[in-house]
Design a protein around this ligand. Structure first.
Ligand SMILES: Cc1cc2nc3c(=O)[nH]c(=O)nc-3n(C[C@H](O)[C@H](O)[C@H](O)COP(=O)(O)OP(=O)(O)OC[C@H]3O[C@@H](n4cnc5c(N)ncnc54)[C@H](O)[C@@H]3O)c2cc1C
Length: 447
């Protein structure tokens, strides 16, 4: 795909900078609706497909899964998707004053329990077949997206044109349109450029859009963990003073001897100062630390594949999502704390909303890159994003500390929510991405 079109000048309707999980989903959404798109990514697709490039798994909310299904992306990643049946949240440490007893054998008392059966529709006879969401390896999402992009290109090469590896060497945005010169020497003209080039978006910076960024002073260590006992679809989140510690259900795999291995994805947040030492631990010592934090409920834990990755955590929000013939989507617009596993889900809601604004405008014969279209997108997305920024930021601040009065209050709060089914349902439907002014794709409808 890349080799055939490299170096070819062309006119398209939309140019997408960045073909990561968000950029490619957006390009596929537009191409499927008949809009001509060029996507530029600086990574070779072979690198995107390589597990070594990204060790994370993503929690995919029900709304995002519905959008991915409409775009024909879900089938490709479904074999790698583990359903989340239950979420168990606990405050990680015992009380010094014995205010509350510890559970026997566990590291902490259970405070909040979300079960898929609690949000099942009234006529849903098999609630366990309607999970709260799914955990999917990022590499599986990227592979499914690249495969789908290739299939769409095969049907009509003009609709989806992926240029990778390539960079935008020069970008001119004028009231009448956009002209980009790519690093392969070709020139692309379009009505609109969409920045999906991640947190350090060069497209956003070149447009002079400022960002608000707050360093959490925390880093997330990510790894795949093998465990003796099955996880039964339970996602565990322990709030520890240094940050959240999550073990999220993944699909089983087979080891070299063909034996089934149960796996979960670890996201272990720690104060940044400790990270170098933790990353330097050998595999056995790391597994021992892990076991100490998590306890024995899944039997013995070990590292699967032997690898660990680390991601410094900051909160980032662009002061605006649009400029002349430019829109920001995904992490280029906002990067949030992974405490609630919502960053990619936010990005996929951007995809659905911007694609809908563009397709609606095009059907009416309007200019798809006009300020009116872009303002509709910005109005639609900023509120949802700001609400999630506030929620994830305050959750992290509330739980990443060890002050006894704060802990008592937050635990009373968790226990209270746990005893109020309607409130629990409200939180769960939010986390599932099923609340608010939802774009058609998120509702499972075609563009
Ligand atoms: C530890 C951790 C755990 C997380 N867990 C979850 C979770 O469970 N659920 C969830 O919803 N979210 C989660 N997130 C957030 C999620 O990973 C991000 O929101 C998501 O990766 C953003 O995707 P993106 O495509 O916008 O950006 P990126 O993934 O950063 O992709 C950007 C793309 O642009 C390309 N690019 C960059 N610069 C250029 C350039 N100049 N020219 C051309 N191409 C360029 C890159 O090669 C890349 O392919 C987590 C994040 C972290 C750190």
């Amino acid at each position: 795909m890349a080799a055939r079109d490299a170096g070819r000048d062309r006119d398209a309707e939309v140019l997408v900078a960045g073909g990561g999980m968000v950029g490619l989903a957006f390009a596929i959404a537009l191409a499927e609706a008949g809009v001509e798109v060029v996507v530029v990514d600086r990574l070779d697709p072979a690198q995107q497909r390589d597990e070594a490039n990204d060790g994370r798994s993503s929690a995919i909310a029900r709304g995002s899964q519905q959008a991915l299904a409409v775009l024909g992306l879900w089938d490709g990643m479904a074999p790698a998707a583990a359903p989340i049946i239950d979420i168990r949240i606990s405050d990680g440490l015992p009380y010094p004053s014995g205010l509350r007893p510890r559970r026997p054998g566990g590291s902490s008392a259970l405070h909040l329990h979300f079960a898929s059966a609690e949000v099942a529709e009234e006529d849903d006879a098999r609630p366990h077949h309607r999970p709260l969401g799914y955990i999917v390896e990022n590499t599986a999402i990227k592979r499914a997206s690249l495969d789908r992009a290739r299939a769409v290109t095969a049907i009509d090469p003009a609709k989806l044109d992926l240029r990778a590896p390539a960079d935008i060497a020069e970008l001119q945005r004028r009231p009448g349109g956009v002209t980009a010169r790519l690093s392969d020497g070709s020139t692309i003209r379009a009505r609109l450029v969409v920045a999906a080039d991640g947190r350090r978006s060069a497209t956003r910076e070149a447009a002079g859009i400022r960002i608000m960024e707050i360093d959490y002073g925390q880093t997330a260590i990510v790894a795949t963990v093998a465990h003796e006992l099955p996880h039964d679809g339970v996602a565990h989140e322990h709030f520890l003073p240094s940050g959240p510690f999550a073990l999220l259900p993944m699909t089983d795999a087979k080891d070299d001897a063909g034996k089934v291995v149960h796996r979960s994805s670890l996201v272990w947040t720690e104060k940044r100062g400790l990270i170098a030492a933790m990353m330097a631990l050998d595999e056995d010592a790391f597994a021992l630390e892990l076991q100490r934090r998590f306890g024995n409920s899944l039997g013995q834990l070990s590292l699967w594949g032997g690898r660990r990755w680390s991601y410094p955590l900051t909160l980032l929000h662009a002061e605006r999502y649009i400029d002349t013939r430019l829109a920001l989507i995904g992490d280029a617009a906002h990067g949030i704390h992974p405490i609630a596993g919502q960053g990619l889900n936010l990005g996929l809601r951007d995809v659905a909303a911007l694609a809908e604004c563009i397709v609606d405008a095009r059907r009416l014969g309007l200019d798809i890159g006009s300020a009116t279209v872009l303002e509709r997108y910005q109005r639609w997305r900023r509120l949802d994003t700001m609400a999630l920024i506030a929620a994830t930021d305050s959750l992290n601040r509330l739980f990443s500390n060890d002050l006894p009065p704060v802990r008592l209050l937050r635990d009373l709060g968790l226990a209270a929510v746990n005893r109020m089914p309607p409130l629990k349902r409200f939180f769960m439907r939010h986390a599932m991405g099923l609340v608010g002014d939802l774009p058609r794709l998120v509702k499972g409808e075609a563009l």
